[in-house]
Structure formats: structure tokens, C-alpha cells
Design a protein around this ligand. Structure first.
Ligand code: SAH
Length: 342
């Protein structure tokens, strides 16, 4: 079955289900995923400097620690100067992609975002700008693209309608989230999507539906990570998503989408101290060190016990260098564009 997935990049639902539930396949699955990753990207690991620009959000996603109903957290937003300072530090450390991520904060109008993108591109023309700012109109996506942003990351979170409703309030819809993703593609972005693993009420069938949706979207980047409960949310008492299931899905994604850029996420490193290394060995080829000013990092609390909230950018960089090397890979100073459309 793993061979079939490797050669045809596809499997039947029932075969995917076996792969997901049977742990005796894991070693072979990870090995094959790693061999495909090495064929396409060698041992290179790309860096994305993550700048968490605001924790204000107008949305009430039930799982997310910075959702608008959480009155208990302190809110912050970075100034343009602070954002540019993060880029300066990041550039010096070899980052050639900056990811601006945040809640859906109405303070950051299109005009403000475009101005920030333009300035980053002027000062660092050899760097890519990735946005992860949520659902916007097609016109806004176009404006950001015209300003110089070339990648957009928007996880679909779950591709099953009934499951989506259990995780989000009524004013948010899976239909619009999916529409945004196709708008982004048509605008010309390199698009990233993905989902949480082990989110409340999730079934194996839901995960298979997530894979099917990604096959339709054909994204350039796929970010997945375990669900982790967040304080002051209705899911605060629930359990983490599984490390093993997340690793298996990374491997399956690598075999389905040989060219995809797949991060070993912070959430993966949060559920296990070796999570990111294991992610790399299961087919991931990107890491996203935190570049946000240290003073704000704890406030960007999507979930509890998030790692890397106490270190300076340079420490983070050094720590990752060692981790990546120990896992058997090599960090490269490169924009790390997708090698070929899938
Ligand atoms: N507002 C942006 C950025 C969201 S934060 C957007 O809508 O895309 C980035 C990602 O963190 C989310 O897409 C979600 O998948 C993940 N996330 C949020 N809460 C989480 C939790 N409790 N556990 C794990 N991941 C979570």
C-alpha cells in the first residue's frame, strides 16, 4: 500500500484508513516519505521567520486561545517599526522568508498591510513575504499580492462541513474558507493550507476528507499540527492531538504531494520535545522559528505551553540549527520556493 501511495500519489479511502490506524506500518511509511523528500529537496530544510503581528481577532473559533470571546488575555499589536525590526534581525540570521501572521484584526486595514509589505520588499528584495491573516475579500488578497506578497497560508482546519460547525461559530463557514483558498490560487499566490490533527470530535473519516480536499486544492504548502487545548476556551480540558497520528499524516502528505513545502510545526514541538525532529524525519522540510519580539510571544497564545516563547531570535536560530542537524538535515539560506507545482 505504501508503495502504491508512493508511485500513484493516491489511495482508496479504505486503504488510507488502514494506513492511519495500523501502527505496524509506521517505520516503513516514514522511511518512504523521507526517501521522496530527499529525492525532491535533498536534505535541505527551509526557514520561515514567523512574526506574530497581532493577537486581536474578530473571530470566535472555539479551539483558539486568542479568539474574541477570551476576555482574560492581554491584547497586543506590533507597530510597523517593530515588524521591520523583526525582519532586520531575521535577515541577519539567514531568514529569506518572513511570515506575517495574526488574528483577524480590523486595525490592520488593507492599506496598512500593503504599506508594511511594500516596505519589507523594498528593504529585503531577496526575501519572500508570506501572509497568514485569515479570510479576506478577493480584492484584499489582490491588493496584498500587488504590494509584493507572494505566498498565503490559510488552513482549512477541517474539510467536513458538520465537523467545521462543531469548531466554529455560525458566522464562519467552511464554504467561505474554501472560497478564500481558491481566490488566493487564482490571484497567483503560492498557497498553503492544512488542518489540525486530533481536534475535538474529529474522526478518521474527517482526516481522509481533509486529504481529499487538499487533492482538489493542490496547495504548494501544507501545514498540519496536533490540536492542543487552550485556556479560557470551551475545549480547555480536552486532550492533545496525537503525535504519532500527526507524523503519519505528514508522511502520507509527503507521498501524496512530493513537491509540497511541509513545516514541522511549533505545535508538533509542543506535544513532544523531539516533535519537530520527528516531523522532519517523517517528510517535513520547513521549520518556522519565531521572530516575534520576546516580550509579546507569550501573548500569542493559540494554545497552552507553546514552546520558544522565552528565547531571543538568535538563540532560537542556534537551537534549531542543532535540532535540524541532529535529525540528519541541513538548514539552507534560501527563499525556499516550491520546486514545482503539484
Ligand atoms: N487568523 C489566521 C491565523 C490563525 S493561527 C487564520 O485564520 O488563518 C494559525 C493556526 O493555528 C490556525 O490555522 C489553527 O490551525 C492553529 N491553531 C489555533 N488554535 C489551535 C489550537 N488550540 N491547537 C493547535 N493549533 C491551533
Amino acid at each position: 500500500m505504501i508503495n502504491k501511495l508512493k508511485t500513484t500519489h493516491n489511495l482508496l479511502d479504505k486503504e488510507l484508513k488502514v494506513l492511519l490506524v495500523d501502527n505496524s506500518v509506521n517505520e516503513e511509511l516514514f522511511k518512504q516519505a523521507d526517501s521522496v523528500r530527499r529525492e525532491v529537496y535533498g536534505d535541505a530544510v527551509y526557514l520561515r521567520g514567523l512574526i506574530e503581528i497581532t493577537n486581536y481577532c474578530k473571530n470566535g473559533c472555539y479551539y483558539c486561545g486568542i479568539n474574541c470571546t477570551n476576555r482574560k488575555i492581554e491584547r497586543y499589536r506590533l507597530t510597523k517599526k517593530e515588524i521591520l525590526n523583526c525582519c532586520k534581525q531575521g535577515y541577519g540570521l539567514g531568514y529569506r522568508t518572513f511570515v506575517l501572521q495574526g488574528g483577524e484584526d480590523v486595525f490592520f486595514t488593507d492599506e496598512k498591510i500593503c504599506d508594511i509589505i511594500c516596505t519589507i520588499k523594498q528593504e529585503y528584495p531577496d526575501c519572500a513575504v508570506t501572509l497568514s491573516l485569515g479570510e479576506k475579500s478577493r480584492g484584499s488578497y489582490q491588493a496584498f499580492f500587488n504590494a509584493g506578497a507572494e505566498r498565503y497560508f490559510l488552513r482549512h482546519e477541517t474539510a467536513t462541513e458538520s465537523h467545521y460547525k462543531k469548531l466554529h461559530p455560525d458566522n464562519l463557514s467552511l464554504e467561505n474558507r474554501k472560497k478564500c483558498l481558491f481566490d488566493l490560487k487564482e490571484t497567483g499566490y503560492q498557497v498553503g493550507s492544512g488542518f489540525m490533527v486530533g481536534s475535538p470530535y474529529q474522526t478518521v473519516e474527517n482526516l481522509i476528507e481533509d486529504l481529499r480536499f487538499l487533492q482538489k486544492l493542490k496547495p504548494d504548502m501544507i501545514g498540519i499540527g496536533p490540536f492542543i487545548p487552550a485556556k479560557n476556551t470551551r475545549f480547555e480540558k480536552l486532550k492533545n492531538g496525537s503525535l504519532t497520528v500527526t507524523l503519519k499524516l505528514i508522511a502520507i502528505l509527503r507521498l501524496m504531494f512530493p513537491y509540497a513545502l511541509i513545516p514541522a510545526t511549533t505545535a508538533l514541538g509542543t506535544v513532544s520535545p523531539e516533535g519537530r525532529e520527528l516531523g522532519l524525519k517523517a517528510g517535513a522540510n520547513v521549520v518556522m522559528p519565531n521572530l516575534s519580539p520576546v516580550g509579546y510571544r507569550k501573548l500569542y497564545s493559540l494554545y497552552d505551553n507553546k514552546i520558544c516563547t522565552g528565547e531571543e531570535a538568535a538563540e532560537c536560530r542556534g537551537c534549531l540549527e542543532r535540532r535540524v542537524q541532529n535529525a540528519g538535515y541541513r538548514i539552507v539560506t534560501d527563499r525556499g520556493d516550491v520546486k514545482k507545482s503539484i
